[in-house]
Design a protein around this ligand. Structure first.
Ligand SMILES: [Zn+2]
Length: 382
């Protein structure tokens, strides 16, 4: 077969953030997370190629731009048109796969990445995207296989370490029993290492949220007031989902807070074991099975240097990390849940799923319902 790879490009790869179930530290009652992630640069170039019609080039350029600004559905339409005009272009298939991945259609995404690799067997971007796609649907064995293939290609430096970390983490995850992703809830996943709850006496939990201002008078790069709103709404959403059996109040001073929320523009500050994982970090301090206090830190900038941090991404990050500090010390195996162990741009919507809601409701099912007029001014009724 004559291959006609007509576009020469560097590809945007799907952003795959993964984090794996918590592992309780034995020295302290402080659960810690073992997580991994991968990212690659967003860049693209279309080399002058006389075999490619200006129409295809134009469609491709527009589509790549749309992918960069998280408009995957529109990108998909343009790339479908481009693929119809230039069906033998591996580059178009690879980016079309990404557009499908980022709009939540994993079967189509897998098919497009495979089509790209049929046309161009040594296209590391397609290999990496394929691995990420498998990872995001929980097909760990396939993900490991394709990440390993990717490693066998030319990968250097930091990314090699990240991919190696991911493979290790996926192998560990494979050895653990995981609950049925179709079950009503995933309580067994988030209590595998112990069941942690906020004690009734602590309700409403006192939450302090920093404004993006630092103590030295500087402010956190990229911080927006809307981020704080997203965080508060996340507490509301979980509280509502728990049937108001767990409540919180915002307090103005950090000294008396149970949960201390801050922001950072430095990805290093939300890494675990030197590996970038989630868009935030959440830690709980426990005594026995009761949570005494917690800290939560959210990243104010996109993980990809050239990426865009959308409101949806921020809301997802907030929901996920708030879930952790409220006691969900693990992850779901269903890619539609906010607490899914891989957070990527595609499959998780910025709202709690039915299973997320059922899980928190079950965790706090024996707690009394707290009557309140507004979630933000909740008071405990003891
Ligand atoms: Zn997590």
């Amino acid at each position: 077969m004559i291959r006609n790879v007509s576009l020469s490009v560097l590809f945007i790869t799907g952003l795959v953030l993964s984090c794996l179930p918590l592992r309780a530290e034995t020295t302290q009652d402080l659960p810690n997370q073992n997580k991994a992630s991968v990212r690659t640069n967003i860049s693209q170039e279309i080399r002058d190629d006389q075999h490619v019609s200006p129409k295809v080039k134009e469609l491709f350029a527009q589509a790549v731009h749309l992918l960069k600004i998280n408009r995957a559905y529109q990108a998909r339409d343009l790339l479908e048109q481009a693929a119809a005009l230039a069906p033998k272009s591996a580059g178009i298939h690879c980016n079309l796969g990404l557009a499908y991945q980022n709009s939540g259609n994993m079967p189509k995404a897998l098919a497009e990445f495979k089509a790209a690799l049929e046309l161009a067997p040594h296209m590391p971007e397609a290999t990496l995207n394929l691995a990420g796609c498998y990872q995001s649907i929980g097909a760990n064995t396939d993900a490991i296989k394709w990440y390993t293939t990717y490693l066998s290609e030319d990968v250097a430096g930091l990314q090699r370490k990240q991919i190696t970390d991911i493979i290790g983490a996926l192998k560990t995850a494979n050895q653990k029993p995981s609950s049925d992703p179709k079950a009503e809830d995933y309580l067994e996943n988030i209590t595998a290492e112990g069941t942690y709850r906020w004690p009734k006496e602590k309700l409403p939990i006192r939450v302090f949220i920093q404004d993006g201002d630092l103590d030295d008078g500087k402010s956190v790069n990229g911080f927006k007031q809307s981020f704080k709103d997203a965080l508060i709404t996340s507490f509301d959403d979980w509280s509502q989902a728990a049937g108001r059996r767990i409540t919180y109040q915002i307090v103005p001073d950090k000294e008396h807070a149970d949960i201390f929320c801050t922001w950072t523009s430095d990805p290093q500050e939300v890494t675990e074991n030197g590996t970038l994982s989630e868009r935030g970090s959440a830690k709980i301090i426990v005594k026995g099975n009761l949570i005494e206090r917690a800290t939560l830190k959210i990243l104010t900038r996109p993980i990809l240097a050239e990426g865009i941090l959308s409101e949806d991404e921020m809301k997802k990050a907030c929901l996920h990390e708030v879930g952790h500090v409220l006691g969900l010390q693990g992850h779901s195996t269903n890619n539609h849940d906010v607490m899914f162990f891989t957070v990527d741009t595609a499959t998780v919507w910025p709202v709690l799923s039915r299973r997320d809601k059922s899980t928190i409701a079950r965790l706090y099912q024996n707690y009394p319902v707290v009557a309140s007029t507004s979630p933000k001014q909740s008071r405990a009724t003891k």
